[in-house]
Structures are given as structure tokens and as C-alpha cells.
Design a protein around this ligand. Structure first.
Ligand SMILES: *[C@@H]1O[C@H](CO)[C@@H](O)[C@H](O)[C@H]1NC(C)=O
Ligand SMILES: *[C@@H]1O[C@H](CO)[C@@H](O)[C@H](O)[C@H]1NC(C)=O
Ligand SMILES: *[C@@H]1O[C@H](CO)[C@@H](O)[C@H](O)[C@H]1NC(C)=O
Ligand SMILES: *[C@@H]1O[C@H](CO)[C@@H](O)[C@H](O)[C@H]1NC(C)=O
Length: 374
């Protein structure tokens, strides 16, 4: 015979298990925010959140005391997923009633102090324009830097840029290497609300050279995919593994990421994705705890979503190599055919963009030109 108190115990155990299950999946973010706040964030444009507090329990992770300070800091604030927006672009993709058709949205991670890099991108590959009738739009995503007067000054700089160019999305968090994943996740949240209808996105750093004409040609040539199917392509890294050496910039201890291999992922310097895939990553990012390496984190979300990242031969995020000293390393004939190359700084960026767009550019004479198959 089943007695009433047995049933109570079973119910109690069940409840306990659900709590454990819930915490395992949502503990990283949602437990720190009341459902009301989360709902408010998702429903409205009210970004005034209470400051995200340090999670003191992080210090109980085994080995915590021996971690580098920056990693400790990461762990203390790992659960923080909501930050106030300082500069917003609510109409970048049109209004809700009248969304604008945007084929390619350039989403460029930029440190607040990189004014010069932003300025040259605005004049070169990241220009807002139409190419073959397809619209290209640009957004720089950024955080804050420094404290007090310095922070204020940099914020004023960004605000001034915003007034002139309307291309900055800024949140109130420290823009550091370990917070890049956070930046990525915050952008996807913003995109879900403000820019769902774009076809494709280029997600990249402010020091890559992207041939946006080629990118649009490539994406437009994906038959059967207008952005509503999976696409995620870049410099594919297979069998990557976490660096367990604590002096490395990329140090990730097993307490943060346990497996000894990373899922396949694309180098973070620049990759292309469809809006479908961006939204899928967004929905998984809500439940996957952040790790400090942003490109690997994208790979983790893709793996959970059962979507594979692909390799594109025209995307070189680990630099490039020209096997002859007789040819200028910055020969435009090489770059004409690429989609994206890391790493370019303002002078070369400006020159290269103008050279590859010069109708008089002559290639092939020295046989230095080659065609990249896609
Ligand atoms: C935003 O939310 C905060 C906290 O709930 C509230 O105090 C504030 O009045 C709201 N602001 C607007 C503009 O709705
Ligand atoms: C990330 O940003 C938050 C908010 O500004 C800050 O408290 C935290 O220290 C930053 N984390 C890292 C690892 O820089
Ligand atoms: C993409 O094509 C599908 C039909 O295949 C259509 O329903 C959808 O609206 C299109 N999306 C965009 C962003 O054009
Ligand atoms: C250019 O290079 C390709 C392959 O490297 C070779 O097959 C071709 O003959 C070369 N053309 C000229 C004009 O040298």
C-alpha cells in the first residue's frame, strides 16, 4: 500500500531534482535575475538594470586561489548577462512596422579607444552602401574603458561619433579580452530584438580587411539560402584544444571548460553567418555558461544546435603568407579575390581598399593573381 507520506517524499524528491536540473541549466544566468526583470528586458527597451553583483560563490571553485586575477574576475562576473545600453541603434534595421531590407549587416567588435580604426573602416570596406542593389549596413559593438574621467571622456568620444555616423552599439561593461564573449552574446540579444530580418551578418574585428563586394557576391550566390537557412563559415579550426597553461592569454582551466577538445569553430577575426544561424546561437547562448574565448563559444553554441561551422578558403584570420620576396606583401592582386584577411591597420587598409577598387588595377602580368574558389 502506498502511504500519503511516501507520496509526499516522492513529490519532494521530484521537486528537488527539478531545482537541481534548473540550476544546472539556468543557474548561470537566470537565477541572478528575477523572472520579472528578464521579462522586462526581453519585452521592452528599458535597460535600467540593477548593477550585476559579483558572485562570491565563484571563489569556492577548486583551484580558484591559484588562478590569474583576470580569470578570477571573469568567474566573479561570469553570470552577468544584462548590461545597460549606453548608445543604442533602435532604427538601424528600420522600425518594427517598417523593417528595412538589409542584405549584409557588418558587426564589428571595436574597443572604445579604436577611433582611428573605425574611421578608416567607415571610409573603406564597411561603408554603408548598396552593392548590386543589396544593402550593407554597419555596427560597431563596444563597451567601456577605464574609470572616472577617462571613462567619461571615451564615452563622449563614442557619443560624438554616434552623432555623426549612427553606427555604435555600446553597453556599460568593461571592454576587455575576457569580456568579448559577453559582447557577442549581448549583440545577439540586441539583434533578436532589432534586426531579425537581415539576411546575413559578417562578424569581425576592427583590424580585418574584408572585401565586402566579394562577400556579398558569395552570399548572394548561395541558392536556396536567403539567410533563412544555416550558414556559418570562416577560417575553420578543427580539433582545437583548451590551453591549460596559466600564463597564456588563452588559458582556460578545466574548471571553466572541462573537455580536452574544443568543438569545431571558426577563428574570431571574421566569419559569416545567416540570420537563422545567429538566432539559433542566440537561443543556445542563453543556457550555455560563458567561456572567455569568444570564437570557441560560438562553436559550443553551434554544436549544441547541431549546426556545423564550415571552412571558406577566402577567409584568412590567421594572417596570410605570400611565398615570394619579389612580390609586395600588400600586392592588391592577392587581396582582390579574398573575402577577409587579418590583420590590417589604417594606412594599409585605406590604400588596399582604394587599390582593389581601382578600375585600372592590372593583375596577372606577374602571375601573382589567383582565383579563390568558393
Ligand atoms: C525602467 O525600469 C526601472 C526599474 O524597473 C524603473 O524604475 C524605470 O522607471 C523604468 N524606466 C522607464 C523609462 O520605463
Ligand atoms: C566584464 O565586465 C564587467 C562589467 O563591467 C566587469 O565587472 C568585469 O570585471 C569584466 N570582466 C573581465 C574579465 O574583464
Ligand atoms: C527567404 O525565403 C523564404 C522562402 O524560401 C521566405 O519565406 C522568407 O521570407 C525569405 N526571407 C528573407 C529574409 O528574405
Ligand atoms: C601562372 O601560374 C599558373 C599556376 O601557378 C601556371 O599554370 C600558369 O602557366 C602561369 N601563367 C603564366 C602566364 O606564367
Amino acid at each position: 500500500m502506498i502511504r500519503a507520506d511516501h507520496i509526499q517524499i516522492v513529490i519532494l524528491l521530484g521537486a528537488l531534482l527539478s531545482v537541481v536540473f534548473f540550476l544546472q541549466y539556468y543557474g548561470d544566468t537566470e537565477m541572478f535575475y528575477s523572472p520579472k526583470l528578464v521579462k522586462m528586458y526581453k519585452d521592452s527597451n528599458n535597460y535600467s538594470f540593477p548593477k550585476c553583483e559579483r558572485n562570491m560563490a565563484a571563489a569556492r571553485i577548486s583551484g580558484f586561489d591559484g588562478f590569474p586575477d583576470i580569470l578570477k574576475d571573469f568567474l566573479y562576473y561570469r553570470h552577468c548577462r544584462y548590461f545597460p545600453v549606453i548608445l543604442d541603434l533602435p532604427d538601424k534595421c528600420g522600425s518594427i512596422e517598417e523593417p528595412e531590407d538589409i542584405f549584409l549587416l557588418l558587426v564589428i567588435k571595436s574597443s572604445p579607444v579604436h577611433y582611428e580604426r573605425r574611421e578608416v573602416l567607415r571610409k573603406t570596406w564597411a561603408k554603408e552602401r548598396s552593392y548590386k542593389g543589396l544593402r550593407i549596413r554597419r555596427i560597431f559593438i563596444t563597451g567601456t574603458t577605464g574609470t572616472d574621467f577617462e571613462k567619461e571622456r571615451v564615452n563622449k568620444l563614442l557619443k560624438t561619433e554616434q552623432q555623426e555616423h549612427n553606427d555604435i552599439l555600446q553597453w556599460d561593461f568593461q571592454d576587455t579580452f575576457y569580456n568579448l564573449t559577453l559582447k557577442q552574446v549581448l549583440f545577439l540579444k540586441w539583434m533578436k530584438r532589432n534586426c531579425q530580418q537581415v539576411n546575413f551578418l559578417l562578424n569581425g574585428d576592427d583590424d580585418v580587411f574584408a572585401n565586402t563586394d566579394n562577400i556579398v557576391d558569395y552570399l548572394h550566390g548561395r541558392h536556396n539560402n536567403n539567410g533563412s537557412q544555416h550558414l556559418f563559415t570562416g577560417f575553420l579550426i578543427k580539433n582545437g584544444f583548451p590551453v591549460r597553461w596559466d600564463r597564456s592569454k588563452y588559458f582556460v582551466p578545466s574548471q571553466v571548460y572541462e573537455p580536452n577538445v574544443y568543438p569545431n569553430y571558426c577563428g574570431g577575426g571574421g566569419f559569416l553567418l545567416s540570420s537563422y544561424t545567429a538566432l539559433m546561437i542566440h537561443s543556445y547562448s542563453d543556457i550555455i555558461p560563458l567561456i572567455p574565448i569568444d570564437d570557441v563559444y560560438m562553436g559550443m553554441c553551434l554544436e549544441k544546435a547541431k549546426l556545423a561551422p564550415a571552412s571558406h578558403i577566402g577567409i584568412k584570420t590567421f594572417g596570410w603568407y605570400i611565398p615570394s620576396k619579389k612580390i609586395d606583401q600588400y600586392d592588391p592582386c592577392y587581396f582582390r579575390d579574398y573575402l577577409l584577411v587579418h590583420q590590417f591597420f589604417p594606412n594599409n587598409m585605406y590604400l588596399m581598399w582604394n587599390q582593389i577598387n581601382d578600375p585600372n588595377l592590372k593583375c596577372g602580368i606577374t602571375n601573382s593573381s589567383r582565383t579563390i574558389q568558393t
